[in-house]
Design a protein around this ligand. Structure first.
Ligand code: F6P
Length: 328
């Protein structure tokens, strides 16, 4: 029988995402609701290694549901990749009498959590928080919706200046190796072309499409480029290549960068973070371990960390077809 969980630790790790604070708040308040102690570790796995934590109660998380970033801060810890680092973290958890951990982050966080749990027998539950939406076992990750809205708002502004100057804009968006942000923001912002890692359209197709746009009477265009796009050129080289081949285009590049990770979380992300985190605490109190919580078809679900790590969350390729139809 698994040991009764009396004290739960929570941390945020990897790239921060809007809604992580709503998740922390929900973990802490759910613990309070079930009369379970809660401690927050700073800077993800690094804080577990360094023994940097605070005791949290319902009042520690007041007024954070609407804040971007993470009050517990985040990091990508190299030391936790080592056996020694993980052993230090396990000792600190034992000393602090922490029985189980809730890890809010992306696939790197879950990979670390899975090894840690296997080595030290400390139950963990993963809560998917990343703007990239690239996690299997959930249709949405915390922060993705807010990032999409940030990108769409930025591209709307770029469109104003693009049309005023008859320009072609290449807008690079985040997503590491996944095209979710590019694809959905591209459709939302009415982009002429969307380049994502999952589908290599090829340079020739891009030139043809831009040429067609011009012939169809378009005087300005937006191309959304995912940072992980595999077209073989970075966004600046791509713009240069297009300028050389289609000299009538006055091309510019905007890299949206880290503004996509900040800002007030959307209502969708706050609710998602709240639902996932309540579920995560309840699973631990129910004696479950090594799972990731997710939202599938608007229902709270869970899958093993192993499944979450081995599975692939695929983009909906029909969206590419829709984008093509709508950019005629
Ligand atoms: O995983 C989230 C993410 O924002 C990716 O979209 C991006 O590639 C990466 O993190 C950037 O990481 P960093 O903030 O360490 O540069």
């Amino acid at each position: 029988m698994s040991k009764k969980v009396r004290r739960i630790g929570v941390m945020t790790s990897g790239g921060d995402s809007p809604g992580m604070n709503a998740a922390i708040r929900a973990v802490v308040r759910t613990c309070a609701y079930y009369h379970t102690d809660c401690v927050g570790f700073y800077r993800g796995f690094q804080g577990m290694i360094n023994g940097e934590y605070i005791s949290m109660n319902a009042r520690s998380v007041r007024n954070i549901v609407n804040q971007g970033g993470t009050i517990l801060q985040s990091a990508r810890s190299k030391e936790f990749l080592t056996k020694e680092g993980r052993a230090k973290a396990a000792k600190n958890l034992k000393d602090a009498e922490v029985d189980a951990m809730i890890l809010i982050g992306g696939d790197g966080t879950f990979r670390g959590g899975q090894v840690f749990s296997q080595e030290h027998g400390i139950p963990v539950i993963g809560v998917p928080g990343t703007i990239d939406n690239d996690i299997y076992g959930t249709h949405y990750t915390i922060g993705y919706d807010t990032a999409l809205n940030t990108v769409v708002e930025a591209i709307d502004k770029i469109r104003d200046t693009a049309s005023s100057h008859n320009r072609l804009f290449f807008v690079e968006v985040m997503g590491r190796d996944a095209g979710f942000i590019a694809l959905n923001s591209g459709i939302g912002a009415g982009a002429e072309e969307i380049l994502i890692p999952e589908e290599d359209l090829g340079l020739e197709r891009l030139l043809d499409s831009l040429e067609r746009s011009r012939r169809a009477g378009k005087t300005s265009s937006i191309v959304v480029v995912s940072e992980g796009d595999k077209i073989g050129k970075n966004v600046f080289e791509l713009a240069e290549y297009v300028k050389q081949n289609l000299p009538y285009y006055d091309a510019r590049v905007t890299v949206l960068g880290h503004i996509q990770r900040g800002g007030r979380p959307s209502c969708f992300d706050r609710v998602l973070a709240s639902r996932l985190s309540v579920k995560a605490v309840e699973l631990l109190l129910d004696g479950q371990k090594d799972l990731m919580v997710g939202m599938m078809n608007n229902e709270m679900e869970s899958c093993s960390l192993d499944q979450a790590l081995k599975g692939k969350h695929n983009i909906n390729k029909d969206l590419l077809r829709i984008s093509e139809i709508l950019s005629t």
